[in-house]
Design a protein around this ligand. Structure first.
Ligand code: SF4
Ligand code: SF4
Length: 322
């Protein structure tokens, strides 16, 4: 029996994000912190393989994947088990000379790094020219990776929900991929897969009977489900119209500083394993990561500590003691 193939299976390694974009397809600004292990996806990816439903590429997204504390291991496990091309999406908040070097083993696992360039991240990274220079460096140090760069300004489409059914008169690119959730459901598009996070997704949209295919009880024909168009959900969602919009910030809590501090701490902790001597391990933007001797550690705020590693925002004034 031959194997039919879907191009892309998309899955989250985290749900949360340090950015706060309006019309985020994964509704990440509303998602609680959630970090996934690769093993959580094994039963369902194995089920696809068993049922001869092929996939050419695994797309690892979120949320912001670089917030996963063990993103290398996450990707490595999927790569080793399924031997498929991997794509990783990111908002680039981590971009620096240091991080390009640090993440080289991760880039070694990837086929594509999908980068979306956001105005607020560009500001934090020191301007567009610096971002471009760093991306050139990344391409030069990991030449086998296809770095697919998109500008948020050109990329965002309105994602709104309406109780009054719309006439769906064109195809929606969101429905090209298949989204796998850890509970064993597949969803036809990301906005539907993660609608449970969004306070804006209306009941008519959530009640869709076309959106999910349940691998725990696969009683329908997969290919019929995959290619049905339009879905009932589409008539309550504006995304098929592909109305481009300027990038905008979603209302609500912003957790950028906290989540990026956690990323820095995690990197500092990994570095400390290789270099256990107390001292400055890493400088980036507004932060220092310092491995601390025990007598100093006792006096530091717990929120800034991760093992022996201390994260110091420069605004606390500690940079004066470098
Ligand atoms: S960067 Fe924006 S669009 Fe991307 S996951 Fe985060 S909130 Fe969503
Ligand atoms: S129009 Fe349909 S496929 Fe596109 S995002 Fe909305 S529900 Fe998903």
């Amino acid at each position: 029996m031959s194997v039919r193939t879907v191009e892309l299976i998309e899955l989250h390694c985290v749900d949360h994000c340090n950015n706060n974009c309006r019309w985020c397809n994964s509704h990440s600004p509303f998602a609680p912190d959630r970090t996934y292990d690769a093993e959580e996806y094994y039963p369902w990816l194995d089920a696809l393989v068993r049922n001869r439903i092929g996939f050419s590429m695994l797309s690892i997204s979120g949320g912001e994947p670089f917030l996963h504390p063990r993103i290398f291991e996450f990707c490595q496990k999927l790569r080793q088990r399924y031997a498929k091309r991997l794509m990783l999406s990111t908002n680039l908040f981590w971009l620096s000379e240091f991080d390009i070097e640090f993440h080289r083993p991760l880039f070694g696992l990837l086929h594509t790094l999908r980068v979306t360039v956001f105005p607020n991240m560009v500001r934090g990274l020191g301007g567009l020219e610096r971002v471009q220079k760093l991306l050139e460096r990344l391409k030069a140090t990991s030449p086998h990776v296809y770095v697919d760069v998109r500008l948020a300004e050109e990329h965002f489409c309105r994602l709104e929900f309406t109780a009054e059914p719309l006439d769906v008169n064109q195809h929606c690119p969101c429905a090209e991929s298949v989204n796998l959730l850890v509970d064993g459901r597949l969803a036809r598009c990301a906005p539907g897969a993660y609608a449970h996070f969004s306070p804006h997704a209306i009941q008519e949209f959530r009640d869709s009977t076309d959106m999910f295919y349940d691998l725990r009880q696969p009683d329908a024909d997969f290919w019929h489900w995959k290619y049905k168009w339009p879905m009932d959900a589409c008539s309550h969602c504006t995304h098929f119209r592909q109305e481009r919009s300027q990038w905008k910030v979603e209302s609500g809590t912003r957790r950028r500083r906290e989540l990026e501090a956690r990323y820095n701490l995690n990197l500092g902790a990994q570095l400390e394993q290789d270099e256990p001597t107390p001292g400055i391990l890493r400088r980036q933007n507004e932060a220092l990561i310092v491995a601390t001797p025990p007598e100093v550690r006792a006096k530091l705020p717990a929120a800034c500590l991760h093992g022996n590693v201390y994260y110091m925002p420069r605004r606390q004034g500690l940079h004066a003691r470098e």
